[in-house]
Design a protein around this ligand. Sequence first.
Ligand SMILES: [Zn+2]
Length: 510
Amino acid sequence: MQDLMELTKENLLKLGIMNIVAYSRKSRQDKNPEETMIKHKQDLMDFLNPLGIKYKIKEEIGSSEDISSRIVLSEILEKSEEEKIDAICYVNQSRLSRSVGDINRLFKFFKANNVVCLDLDKRIIRTFSGQAVDDDAFMQSVLDEAYIRQAKKVLNQGRRRSAQNGNSLIARMYGYERNSETKKLHIVEDEAEVVRKMYQMCLEGVGTKKIANYINSKGYRSINGNEFTYKQVWSVLINEKYKGWNIWNKESWTKVDGKWTVKKNDVSKWIIVKDSHEAIIDSNTWDKVAEVLREKGKLSPKQRNNLTWASGLFTCAKCDRTLTIFKRKDSLYLRACQKQDLSTGQRVCNVSGGVITDFEVKLINDLKKYKVEIKNELKNMKPPKSRDFKTEIKKMQKDIESIESQMDTLMDLLEKGIYTPKMFSSRYKKHEESIKQLEEQLEKIKEEEIKQISPVGQMKNTIDQIDNVLDNIRNDDESKRNLLWKSIIDTIVWDKEGRNGEVNIEVIFK
Ligand SMILES: [Zn+2]
């Protein structure tokens, strides 16, 4: 439940309002947008000036209905989170949004951040002080006569949720084409082959420049008919779309020194939809390539030349530090643990280094034994019952869609006067509740699906990886061997106390 108060100076002072943001937005529905904006600004100023409270007017021009793409509003929401705003003032609610769901979300957000809403048209202050959330504000918005017609239009337009069901906004990208009916990305097979080749070459340790040269030499061209550059190859290798993912909200626009600039959003803000379309690259391969690129990015060209098969593989048994490797003549050495006491600069770990020149041969034998172990284990395992997640998810999405269409019908009935607001309200709430529950279940199933990679499948995967290492490890290129070892070994724990201590090594496979 929210509290409504009359919009007066006394009440604002009582609430301790010190900072007001007045928000105004040009809407597509305005007959004369510029005139409306000017009038609204005047209205806001007429009300705010006599109050003597600090305020700022923020206007949004030529923006869309979708609140997530409204830059000025997002800025206000950010400021609210930073507690720089006590109140948001608007001429009427439809300036915030005409979408019922968005208004609901906004009010919940304002409640969470102690921001009160000042509605000039209704002359009310909405506070969301502490009491149970009954979405009363939401229902009031829904029942607002003029509002319903607009809300219905928005509901009937393709919803954002449908975009989240995997519909693509991109019409064409290398390897994919959007089907105009299904709105989903479909594979362009001959281009997909080139994409697969790029990933494969990257895993083999070939750099992006050489990959581009190779692809071009085979006569392949980008969508625009040009030769591939190494940057394009790079952008193919880091694009999650190729593993069937769709990601929204990766970046947002912010104003820096008066200029709009793109800022990468924190991963927690991303909307990730896995399996949104057919994958060209399986996610295992995709992740490995990402790992390869990450490792490469960390190293300078000089460091890359100094890579040995053992680089980054060994850690200190006492303090978990990665131990460094150096070459002298034909021998390979592990440097003693360099952990220091930061205040004195003294070495504080007594784990010493040693020669590891011949260790790789032993490692290959260990790996062969490890493979036999896994194979034996695999023999004794029963395959688990497999669950058909895809069908479960599809069914649930269908259920949600059907409830949504029932909600649209409700809107119709209310508009035609067949339903009273009371009947409408109770039914609408029920539907909202069902959708909420379904969406929660859907999330759970998706999580389970991700977790449920069967142990059998996992082990087979491991065996494949071991085979890959064993098949390719006899190779003169140390950096390639290093990558191979890293694909299968998590770390090698090294323990040797003092110069003459006994060497203890534990290989930890991934
Ligand atoms: Zn150490």
